[in-house]
Design a protein around this ligand. Sequence first.
Ligand SMILES: *Cc1c(COP(=O)(O)O)cnc(C)c1O
Length: 456
Amino acid sequence: MLNKNGQSKKYKAYALRSFRKIPQVEKYLSEEEKTNIEVLGQVLPFKTNNYVVDELIDWNNYKDDPIFHLTFPQKGMLPPEEFDKMAEALKSGKKRMELKAIANEIREKLNPHPAHQMQMNVPELNGEVLPGVQHKYRETALFFPTAGQTCHSYCTFCFRWPQFVGMDGMKFAMKETDIIIDYLAEHPEITDILFTGGDPMIMGYKIFKQYIDPFIKNKDKTNLQTIRIGTKSLSFWPYKYTTDKDADKFIELFKEITEAGFSLAFMAHFNHPVELSTPTVKEAAKRIQSTGAVIRTQSPLVRHINDCPDIWAEMWKKQVNLGMIPYYMFIERDTGAKAHFELPLVETWHIFRKAYQQVSGLSRTVRGPSMSATPGKVQILGVTKIPVNGKMEKVFALQMLQGRNPDWVAKPFFAKYDPEAYWLDDLKPIAGEKFFFDEELEKMKNEALATEDALA
Ligand SMILES: *Cc1c(COP(=O)(O)O)cnc(C)c1O
């Protein structure tokens, strides 16, 4: 079946064992580059597909191409000594188990579980933990359906990388919706359920529908207003909504959701304007919007991919042009190949500001730059000067957009200026030892650890 623009594609994924067969890889990459990918792919996840390769990457310029960098592992992603260790192991023909042991040793050094999410956000129902649910912010629960724990292609900077290399297995996954409905019934403060993953839109129609139906059927039991779907599929596989076998059925199901009285929000992940440029992504967006769903957009700011104000301004303008609503600009999380992708907070703020200044108010629905840190989503308002102990000092002004305690939200606070700060942990209060939320946060951490012990 062809879409309006005469295009159709059958999904084909490429990973470590098959990427050498990609015609563009054969044609353009040197043997050394291919070997590098094999080295990195032992440690970090790698998967791409024929849409990304054929329609998003400019192969004539692949070394500087943002989407090549987004989906193909890059040498700088591992510290040189770790890279060399793995390269040596591969070259000397070590067995699979040995390679795996080396890989795991390297992975452990890459802070695989930041923001204490394994212990701190796991909700309970009747004394049992709900492993596929995270409930950190009062109004919104995250739901990790078991069948949605992979993606159409992996992002090199992905903060959920441990689950894609089998470190976490399916720890954050859940088959059942019944238990979640019970949990929602007990927690009327929850208005939003956010399907996430992986990518929930990797699911086939039948399974996806099985996850959605109970929420529709039990609408009266819960206080749920919004179903959100966190997805990169518009960027990595828009054919899902145009010419794939079940495309029309998905569109029908989205209609059912909105007709049942939910608002349906696509939290679409776009990192670069190129991802908004193909005829298929435009048609996919239109079809989704025709169901009453709203597409909101989010992305981290990442070096080598989108670390330039013009890219962001263009991306937001394109999104608004396509009827999408810019939502969050994130700061790259402190995990995985972070060192390769991160920028100092001050630089991130400059890029945000210079981009924000170039767009009309319709794009300024975007909020950021924001760090999803342990206490909450911390926004960098900017760098300014204030009197500290009678002397003018440069400081960061910050606020929380979301907080583990809702009362922490929208309270401006300060940190010492530090041009080398990359994450909240690098920041120090301007006076005293602690930020206003630190003591309470410490208490919450201890409680979470105690509960974990009790349940273990
Ligand atoms: C970002 C986030 C949400 C959603 O927050 P909104 O500000 O409502 O979009 C929910 N849970 C977690 C853990 C998050 O990081």
